[in-house]
Design a protein around this ligand. Structure first.
Ligand SMILES: Cc1cc2nc3c(=O)[nH]c(=O)nc-3n(C[C@H](O)[C@H](O)[C@H](O)COP(=O)(O)O)c2cc1C
Length: 222
């Protein structure tokens, strides 16, 4: 007997009716279009609590994928910037196989943006500028975490954090960890998805047409 308190996912259904996306509504560049939708998501209120949260997928050298949520910390015509530990799984995978994908899941707006492209490290200067802007607790947290490694217990992590807090007491600047920094996803494609009724969604994709900065817009079947 299925537990009545656990909803059957097969029965969960949501229709999408709030918007549409036509080629003539699109901005001239993906970056301007992303800026518009990011502004909408950022002002959507409780439905989109963290508009800059996105799922970042990487793959190992032998093509095994992995994905996790990250926070977007910048975007411009060069691409999308996130920050992480370079020795983490995503850090290692994006070094050995420098391609990735980001999905912005803005369900409350019945929208998603899917970016696919190459992954590169941001400059050290850019990383240091961003690290300096972070709250002190996050700076110390970056030092304390050997991200993605197996750890014996929570106590080990808390003890390491306490040691680091003593090493850099309040008022002392915390240096940027050498193993921590930014990754930029340099898009080959940026797809804007707007849910429509009967699963006949709108999908418009900017695709880099050549190595030069020439982009085409294509409609994809939903
Ligand atoms: C809302 C949210 C935001 C997150 N932001 C980041 C981030 O910006 N950078 C990061 O390294 N991990 C972030 N994480 C943690 C990652 O999802 C992940 O657990 C961690 O980076 C280790 O991933 P990996 O072992 O696959 O490399 C976030 C998690 C959540 C739920």
């Amino acid at each position: 007997m299925p537990d009545p308190a656990v909803p059957d996912p097969a029965g969960l259904r949501q229709g999408y009716h709030t918007g549409r996306l036509e080629t003539d509504q699109l901005a001239a560049t993906w970056v301007e279009q992303f800026a518009r939708w990011f502004a909408d998501a950022s002002t959507a209120g409780e439905g989109v609590p963290e508009a800059n949260a996105a799922v970042f997928a990487t793959a190992s050298a032998d093509g095994r994928p992995s994905a996790r949520t990250v926070l977007l910390k910048g975007f411009d015509h060069r691409g999308f910037v996130i920050y992480t530990n370079y020795t983490s799984r995503k850090g290692r995978e994006s070094a050995e196989n420098p391609f990735g994908s980001l999905v912005f899941p803005w369900y409350a707006l019945e929208r998603q943006v899917v970016v696919i492209g190459a992954v590169e490290r941001v400059s050290r200067a850019e990383t240091e500028r961003y690290f300096a802007s972070r709250p002190r607790g996050s700076q110390l947290g970056a030092w304390a975490s050997h991200q993605s490694q197996i750890i014996e217990s929570r106590d080990v992590l808390d003890a390491r954090a306490a040691e680091l807090t003593a090493r850099w007491p309040a008022g002392t600047p915390v240096p940027t960890p050498p193993f921590w920094g930014g990754l930029r996803l340099v898009p080959d494609t940026v797809e804007f998805w707007q849910g429509r009724s009967n699963r006949l969604h709108d999908r418009l994709r900017y695709r880099r047409a050549s190595t030069a900065d020439l982009w085409v817009v294509e409609r994809l079947s939903p």
